[in-house]
Design a protein around this ligand. Structure first.
Ligand code: 15L
Length: 272
């Protein structure tokens, strides 16, 4: 039975996967800086600060595969991103190598490529166009995964996650929604599929309005069951409550693109 370590166990995705993963991976070790408030007696938790390599090495002991959801999950000040997502991500891959972990699934993000316009269909091999310091840190993580796969034989899957949740919450999320059970499928591909060396896959369900070519995930057996369009009315009603965002509404990364934007928004269509 493989021992799987999940970082970020107290965060949004971690909280949901804590419930969905145990039937698949009964030997699941949860980690975060602080334990989840509702940690159950039958859950195994090991605290670690990703910024401390010795602590990260300790939680990697005896582990076969890692689901790395830890770190800063939105745009933030550079110091916070640096600690959690640059130094923390380096520590995670280096600790995995030192401890002989075989596989890592890294939670990348759509914000690694958020400055692609919405009409532009992209695959996993496009040049990064990060929309934030957070997006840059996700490209760094993908780079770490690629390096450790090529140089050290670690099997790495980077998931450019769209928007994880029970349903799409606005117009943009109709294109990038990821149902929790579909993320479990992607994690399983990363942890188990024999052909994985280094992959970038999109973390999205079966969304009619998808901007992403996720055919590689389908080739590896991904069969998402979530359909964003089933929640169209809800998403559009929520969208109607939002103010227009000339920058965010044009690009895939949405509000992350508009944040701190100080260019000339009227020229956007001409430049891209
Ligand atoms: C992400 O990467 C974030 O972690 C999440 O909080 C959402 O902002 C999501 O992207 C999104 O783009 O909707």
């Amino acid at each position: 039975m493989p021992r799987i370590l999940m970082t970020g166990a107290s965060g949004g995705i971690g909280t949901s996967l804590r419930k969905l993963l145990p039937p698949v991976y009964p030997d699941l070790v949860l980690s975060d800086i602080e334990p989840p408030a509702d940690l159950a007696r039958d859950e195994t938790f090991k605290a670690a600060d990703l910024g401390d390599l010795a602590q990260v090495e300790a939680i990697c002991e005896g582990v076969d595969g890692i689901l790395h959801f830890g770190g800063y999950s939105v745009e933030g000040p550079w110091d916070a991103i640096l600690q959690s997502n640059i130094i923390g991500c380096y520590n995670l891959f280096e600790a995995a190598r030192r401890k002989g972990v075989k596989r890592v699934v890294f939670a990348s993000s759509n914000h690694a490529v958020g400055f692609y316009p919405r009409h532009h269909r992209i695959g996993p091999d496009v040049t990064g166009r990060p929309d934030s310091r957070y997006g840059v840190s996700k490209l760094f993580g993908e780079g770490m995964g690629s390096l450790y796969a090529d140089k050290h034989g670690l099997r790495v899957t980077c998931l450019r996650i769209g928007n994880f949740g029970d349903k799409p919450i606005d117009h943009r999320r109709l294109s990038i929604w990821l149902k929790p059970e579909d993320l479990v499928q992607l994690c399983r591909i990363g942890l188990e599929h024999a052909d994985i060396r280094f992959e970038i896959l999109y973390g999205a369900s079966f969304n009619e309005r998808a901007w992403w070519d996720n055919s590689r995930a389908y080739d590896l057996g991904y069969r998402p069951t979530g359909k964003a369009e089933d929640f169209r009315e809800h998403a559009m009603a929520e969208q109607a409550k939002l103010p227009p965002d000339p920058v965010g509404d044009y690009y895939q990364g949405g509000a992350f693109c508009g944040m701190e934007f100080d260019g000339d928004a009227s020229g956007i269509v001409k430049w891209t």
